[in-house]
Structure formats: C-alpha cells, structure tokens
Design a protein around this ligand. Structure first.
Ligand SMILES: Nc1ncnc2c1ncn2[C@@H]1O[C@H](COP(=O)(O)OP(=O)(O)OP(=O)(O)O)[C@@H](O)[C@H]1O
Length: 324
C-alpha cells in the first residue's frame, strides 16, 4: 500500500467523510476537515484525532484546515404568559445544560423590559465587539456564546419601543456572527403582545418552551402563551413548571407554597409535553445572580435542568415538517 492510502485510510477511520483534499508529499500531510455543527471542544477533539491518526500512520507533519458551512441557527423561544416566573433563569440554565450535553448552542436575551441575562451569564458590562456590521457574541457562563438587548441599549430605553423596533433589534442579535452555533435559546419578553408577535413573525422560532409557576392564575397566563404560539404556528416543545416545591434548608421538609403538579396536569389536558419541574430553591437565585448558574454544577438542580435540556434536544433531533 502507498503512504497516501495508509494515511488516507487511517484518517477516514476516525473522521469518515469529514476529511477532504488530502495531500501527502514526503510524509508531510495536509487536508481539510469539515467541522460543521461541532462546538469548540468537539472541533479541537476531532482535529487532535486526525493528527494522531495521521502521525501513527507515518506522517511527520500534519496541516489541518478547518472548514464549516455557514448555518442559520434555529431559534428556541423561552416564553411565559407573565413576568417573574423564572423565564430568564430557565433560559440561561437550559442553554448551559444543552452545551454541557455537547450541543452547539447560544443564548439571546430578547427581554427588552428587563434584560437580566448579562448578570446571569457572568458578563455584566462586557460589550460585544463587531466585525463590520455584525456583532460578535461574547462568551458567557458555561462556554455559551451570548448576546443581549442590554448590550444594545441603555436600561429603560427600550421600554417605549413598538413591535417593529423590537423586531429589528432582535435581528441584530440573531444575525450576528454565531459561526457554527446550531441552536439559539431566546429569552423572550414576558407576555403575548405586539412586541412578542413582531419578534416571532420576523424570526420564526423552530419551537417554544413555556414556563409557568404552579398557581392557577399563572397557569391561565401560560395557557394564553401557548395559544399565542399556536396561532403564530410555532410548535410548542413543552411546558416547564418552576418553583414547584420548597425544600426547607432547616428541617429538610418539602412543602408546596405555590401548589405543585398544576403545570403537568395542564400540559396533559392540552396534549403538549411536560418537560419537567424545577424546585423553589434559594441556591438557584444566589448562584444565577453570581453568574454561575446551577446548571454548571452538580446535584439535583443541575440534573433537573439537564433532564429538561435532554427533552428539548430530543425534540430538536426528531423529524419535523418545519425543520430548517
Ligand atoms: N426555581 C427557583 N427557585 C428560586 N428562585 C428562582 C427560581 N426561578 C427563578 N428564581 C428567581 O426568581 C426571580 C425571577 O426570575 P427570572 O428573572 O428568571 O424571571 P423572569 O420570568 O425572567 O422575569 P422577567 O419577567 O422579569 O423577565 C429571580 O430573582 C430568580 O433568581
């Protein structure tokens, strides 16, 4: 067998058809490696695998050029019928849990009423750089690239916006230099008005995750959000119940200050998936506010976000009519 065939077979054995343009001259190897859809860690790993395989097959130097097709990220809207139910906290932790599971995911804070994500992502005050007219996402907690309305405007300035302005501002965040990010979790403004409608009409999300607390009144608002996305023909990925049970740090007893199970029952009634339940736990607020959201750590809370991320990932990977 020629050196070329030995090296080519060794590379194909580790990366299949991702390698192309292989050249071998005097044991110096060069090739192109398609890294579309892989995150930064996976890119580094696959490149190292190729280098090892080529070296073990006899190459003395290996030059690898990474290439990736430009992909348009899919948007996952995280929405709630009303404010204060934990939508931003879920968005951050969902994105981090998805990234931990090896997915190439970004986060956009589209909540013009109170962009809180820069703090949760540990990048408060960090201004994104631009390449031409394109913003470059900043690297946030858990290695998740991130952009926020709070980086576009001063606090309070966006409150007076009408729908089209909000839609245009979202364009700046979504049409940024996301490189190989496949999915972007979008923290939507709470509610179901003109602003939210403009945003989803302009940037149709592939699906929506709705979050609610267990009280009846909150669930009525969540139902409104669900029918809002239904009307806009955005599929519902599922419903999350937040603040669903309180574990007393002193006596260890579990209580349900806002009730529990209401969201699961509502999801069943509506025929939409129930994605999981996050307890009321002060650690969630403290760690999120400190820019180290609990999904980055270990334990039951991190596991709960991980399980929701897994369900969202399964939904994204399942065949669907509106797949991009
Ligand atoms: N499961 C939880 N346990 C304890 N605190 C929580 C939990 N979920 C959210 N919080 C806290 O509740 C407050 C509101 O949460 P968050 O900002 O995520 O809500 P929101 O729905 O995005 O609100 P807004 O409508 O203002 O955007 C925050 O202080 C957050 O840390």
């Amino acid at each position: 067998m020629s050196d070329f065939t030995i090296i080519s077979d060794a590379i194909a054995a580790v990366v299949g058809s991702r390698a192309s343009g292989l050249k071998v001259a005097d044991n110096a190897v060069s090739l192109m490696l398609d890294v579309s859809g892989l995150n930064a860690n996976q890119r580094a790993e696959i490149e190292a695998d190729v280098r090892n395989a080529a070296t073990q097959a006899g190459a003395q130097s290996v030059r690898v050029m990474l290439t990736a097709e430009r992909i348009t990220p899919r948007l996952i809207a995280v929405a709630s019928g009303k404010g204060g139910v934990g939508k931003s906290t879920l968005s951050t932790n969902l994105a981090i849990a998805m990234a931990r599971a090896g997915r190439s995911v970004g986060l956009v804070d589209a909540d013009i009423y109170g962009p809180s994500q820069p703090r949760l992502m540990g990048v408060e005050g960090v201004k994104p750089e631009a390449e031409g007219k394109m913003m470059i996402p900043v690297m946030g907690a858990g290695g998740v690239p991130f952009l926020s309305m709070g980086q576009l405007v001063n606090p309070g300035q966006a409150i007076a916006w009408r729908g089209p302005m909000a839609g245009n501002a979202l364009s700046q965040l979504v049409d940024a230099k996301w490189d190989n990010v496949r999915d972007i979790v979008v923290d939507m403004p709470p509610g179901t008005g003109d602003i939210q409608l403009s945003m989803i009409q302009k940037h149709k999300p592939i699906g929506a995750v709705i979050i609610s607390t267990p009280q009846d009144l909150a669930l009525i608002d969540a139902m409104r959000a669900i029918s809002f996305f239904d009307t806009a023909k955005v599929p519902i990925i599922g419903l999350v119940e937040n603040m669903a049970g309180y574990l007393c740090p002193n006596c260890g007893e579990m209580s349900d200050p806002f009730g529990s199970g209401g969201a699961e029952a509502a999801a069943k009634e509506l025929g939409i998936p129930f994605l999981g339940r996050i307890p009321l736990d002060i650690k969630i607020r403290v760690e999120s506010d400190a820019g180290t959201p609990p999904a980055m750590g270990e334990g039951p809370i991190s596991d709960a976000y991980g399980a929701i991320a897994q369900m969202v990932a399964t939904w994204l990977d399942s065949p669907k009519d509106n797949a991009v």
